[in-house]
Write a protein that binds this ligand. Structure first.
Ligand SMILES: Nc1nc2c(ncn2[C@@H]2O[C@H](COP(=O)(O)OP(=O)(O)OP(=O)(O)O)[C@@H](O)[C@H]2O)c(=O)[nH]1
Ligand SMILES: [Mg+2]
Length: 352
């Protein structure tokens, strides 16, 4: 797809240019006028689909380039990881912190066993040595938690991204039902960009019918333009996306997706503590980018350790916003908070 801005001394002139360059199938995304040196200039933003086939070819070519670059990066990463482990064991032994109580030492050992990773432990030890503040204060500063219902996430449009099968569709349904329960008469729209995923699409459609939500599908720019023109009618719009192919990156996928027209939205990366740190690293290499607003952790009920949540929160500095902890849609979702997180990590206590 192609998006371009056209200018003219009249809308007619700008439209003529659009027609000439983009053809009859072009769609108008927005238009505005401004005065420049006393003359009115009309600016129109238009878009056209270059065709699914061309988009697909471009995506595949870029995916192959990515795989080649990733192999070189992977070798560097493994070497660097090895050096870091050596340095870590040397520093850890020499880092004598007399003020550490036996409870704190036990807590640090527990965090190590949870799999938070060496960087996390090193940072914690250095901060404890440097300013000796309360242990929990330091932990709370290392991991950001912002509840999903905080004003920070007040835009009505929420987009879920993440690996296949992590629970994106289930989380959207749980969120929509929760929002409806807490806000009587709320207008909620469920949107499927998950074109190839029959099951997710059917689930969204089914629950939309049952629960009186609006249901929409996005297949191209026109659908997004239509959604944007109605967006203010909804209290919440939840958008479901497909998992990404190996070698694809969220930024690249986004660039080629009609979703790129959406400016005001929150993009949440959905992950689960059942993944190992290596698996999380792999997913971060696919999804980590500036557009992410929060981390949502699913399948807490299926995990036996929770260190990857701290590892990811610390390495990305992206706030944790939401937890889900059950395969059923009822009573299995809660907005994140510090106490819930630490109860999970230190006591393995589920939020329910
Ligand atoms: N136990 C448990 N199961 C969950 C949770 N969240 C989702 N699931 C289950 O995980 C499976 C996959 O969930 P989906 O919502 O379809 O996952 P998805 O990310 O949308 O998957 P794709 O659309 O295939 O990428 C379903 O069987 C869900 O019921 C959770 O918090 N706990
Ligand atoms: Mg799905």
């Amino acid at each position: 797809m192609q998006i371009k801005t056209f200018k003219g001394y009249s809308t007619h002139e700008a439209l003529k240019r659009i027609k000439k360059e983009m053809g009859e199938s072009a769609i108008i995304l927005n238009s505005r006028s401004e005065e420049v040196n006393g003359k009115k200039i009309y600016t129109i933003m238009a878009a056209r689909d270059l065709g699914v086939e061309q988009d697909k070819q471009e995506q595949e070519k870029r995916a192959i380039d990515n795989v080649e670059n990733n192999e070189v990066e992977e070798r560097w990463y493994q070497e660097w990881k090895y050096f870091k482990e050596q340095i870590y064991s040397l520093i850890k032994d020499s880092l004598d912190i007399p003020s550490l109580s036996s409870r704190q030492k036990t807590a640090i050992r527990h965090l190590e066993m949870e799999g938070v990773g060496q960087d996390f432990i090193m940072n914690l030890l250095v901060l404890l040595k440097r300013n000796g503040r309360s242990f929990m204060n330091i932990l709370n500063n290392m991991i950001k938690v912002i509840p999903f219902d905080s004003p920070k996430f007040s835009d009505n449009c929420h987009i879920m991204v993440g690996p296949h099968g992590v629970g994106k569709t289930a989380t959207i349904l749980k969120l929509a039902l929760k929002y409806k329960r807490e806000n009587k008469g709320a207008r909620i729209c469920l949107v499927n960009v998950d074109g190839y995923q029959g099951k997710g699409k059917l689930l969204l459609k089914h629950y939309a019918e049952l629960s009186d939500f609006e249901y929409k599908e996005i297949h191209g720019l026109k659908d997004v333009a239509a959604l944007l023109s109605e967006a203010s009618e909804y209290d919440r719009i939840f958008i479901d996306t497909p998992g990404l192919k190996r070698g694809m990156h969220l930024d690249l996928w986004w660039e080629n997706s009609p979703l790129k027209l959406i400016e005001n939205c929150h993009v949440h990366l959905v992950l689960s503590p059942v993944y190992s740190r290596e698996q999380v690293d792999y997913y971060l290499s696919m999804f980590l980018c500036d557009r992410l607003s929060s981390l949502i952790w699913t399948k807490l009920d299926e995990a036996c350790i929770y260190g990857t949540m701290l590892y990811t929160g610390f390495t990305t500095q992206i706030p944790i916003s939401l937890f889900t902890y059950g395969a059923t849609l009822k009573n299995s979702i809660v907005v994140a908070s510090g106490p819930l997180l630490w109860n999970l990590v230190f006591k393995h206590k589920l939020p329910c």
